[in-house]
Design a protein around this ligand. Structure first.
Ligand SMILES: [Mg+2]
Length: 388
């Protein structure tokens, strides 16, 4: 089959906290098959329109009329054609990830199999961790109430976010710990907020609370500082949602001392590249827990990753995105009703088992964020500028 068209579809969908944007790609073949992919912009609400331009201007011309038999050669063609012009990180890789996912969707559909089955499925279900919000958004009871519906479905892993007002956040975290059942494990995300001295102090306090990982405490490019923190922290240090491909991951593992790797197929170069880096990380003794923070196609593709890598025992499940998965996804159920005993079923339908609801997408056209900064209060980037 040959690739006939490659079209980005951008969406801004209203969610409770703030509107979130999404960048999907629709790839059609001369046999009439339609595959979907999705890029993640690491928070899902910033520059989907920029990702779409990369897909249209850069990747579509390289793939149109190409024969699609195996994904690898075409994904390599995209990477090798653009590496010295667009680079091997950030937007170029996120956009390429979306295309790679859509190609897997098509190849698996053509084979009449799920992507997971085609790649070698090692599990039918995977544990999810509830990925919740910033601690400064409410008292401990507010956070316990947010987590309750998933805890009722058997989920026993939960993550909250700490920000610049970290002393108050840690008081809230201590209260939350006391409210939750003892067998619920807590993780904390620092959203690249902290300086090294503060990160060391926060990590020590998290250790006292038995927190299972401290995610992105320091800006991800500061590998030397991350290595220092990692050596001094009793809590494992997690990175990955801003790591792009094998070179980046190897550098982070060799020089950053990270102990939890969080690849995302919608960021890291696609499904095959994420399998590779997940296996690399496990050879380093790191825990591998995929990052998820985009729409239903991205979640389905990350579930395919989790389905095919032995080392992956759990996957992120962001509470704030559930309404967007319900609205924009067609196929395998992805909402809380699909979770039983704390785990979600890997989609088993042909391809990814989930496709984009294009009619719903069309009702929610993309709006560029302008000056709005995702995940901040009042549109100011105070949360991400470092501690005092
Ligand atoms: Mg994170």
């Amino acid at each position: 089959m040959r690739i006939r068209s490659l079209t980005p579809i951008t969406v801004t969908y209203p969610l409770g906290r703030e509107p979130m944007s999404f960048c999907f790609v629709r790839v059609e073949t001369d046999t009439g098959l339609v595959g979907y992919g999705e890029a993640c912009d690491s928070y899902g609400c910033s520059y989907a329109g920029v990702l779409a331009e990369v897909i249209s201007q850069v990747y579509a011309p390289l793939l149109l009329e190409q024969e699609l038999v195996a994904v690898g050669p075409l994904a390599d063609r995209l990477r090798l054609s653009t590496r010295r012009r667009l680079g091997d990180q950030w937007i170029a890789v996120q956009a390429r990830s979306a295309v790679e996912i859509a190609l897997w969707d098509l190849v698996a559909q053509q084979a009449g199999r799920s992507v997971s089955a085609l790649l070698g499925q090692v599990r039918e279900r995977v544990e999810v961790y509830a990925s919740s919000t910033f601690l400064d958004e409410g008292p401990a009871q507010f956070h316990a109430d947010l987590l309750a519906p998933l805890l009722e479905r058997g989920v026993r892993l939960a993550k909250v976010r700490v920000g610049p007002e970290w002393q108050q956040d840690l008081r809230t975290l201590r209260d939350l710990r006391a409210l939750l059942p003892e067998d619920v494990e807590l993780m904390v995300d620092g959203s690249e907020t902290f300086t090294l001295p503060t990160a060391i102090e926060v990590a020590a306090r998290l250790g006292e609370l038995g927190v299972r990982w401290f995610e992105e405490p320091i800006p991800q490019g500061n590998r030397a500082a991350i290595a220092t923190l990692s050596a001094r922290s009793a809590v494992p240090i997690a990175y990955g949602e801003h790591l792009y491909g094998r070179e980046d991951v190897l550098d982070a593992l060799n020089n950053g001392g990270i102990q939890v790797l969080q690849p995302d197929v919608s960021i890291s170069g696609g499904i095959a590249e994420s399998q590779l880096i997940a296996n690399l990380a496990s050879y380093y003794g790191a825990r591998v827990v995929p990052h998820v923070c985009a729409g239903p196609v991205s979640l389905a593709a990350n579930l395919a990753l989790a389905a095919t890598v032995h080392a992956i025992r759990a996957i992120e499940y962001p509470l704030s995105l559930i309404p967007a998965w319900d609205a924009l996804g067609v196929g395998a159920p992805l909402g809380p009703d699909a979770i039983e005993g704390g785990s979600i079923a890997i989609p088993s339908g042909p391809g990814l088992g989930v496709r984009l609801a294009e009619d719903v997408a069309a009702e929610h056209p993309y709006r560029a964020p302008g000056a709005r900064v995702a995940g901040t209060v009042g549109g100011l980037p105070d949360r991400f500028v470092g501690d005092r």
